[in-house]
Design a protein around this ligand. Sequence first.
Ligand code: NI
Length: 150
Amino acid sequence: MAIRNVVKIGDDVLRKRCREVTEFDEKLGAILDDMKETMIYADGVGLAGPQIGLLRRIAVISPDGEDFYELVNPVITEQSGKQLCREGCLSVPGANGEVERPQKITVKAFDRHGKPFTLKAEGFLANICCHEIDHLDGILFIDKMRPFGK
Ligand code: NI
């Protein structure tokens, strides 16, 4: 495994739509391992493909540093409720703001071996999933945030 360089705002790779993963091979597993290691090293709760310069629909998530999720080709199929989330991003150093997100979501995705699964998430986990899936479409939280107290 290796710690990857985290791409920062200003790099075009953060603004592009990522392609679906079609090869569920060892290379994909190695990339996901690197992403997990990089996320832990950077003390983040999530990391998406473009953040290590890869335009692939992949993300790793850990709300608490103990539970880990890998999402390949994730799609939000259901959402309900609203929550106001305080967000930051490893690719946007120094910025924080509030973003409105759904309270509950259902995500359909694949694991690293190509097996489909469904993740039902709410609260903070739903928040992170939405943030990371936005990255896969070139969307950053600063596009949606509002300043505190407004
Ligand atoms: Ni981010």
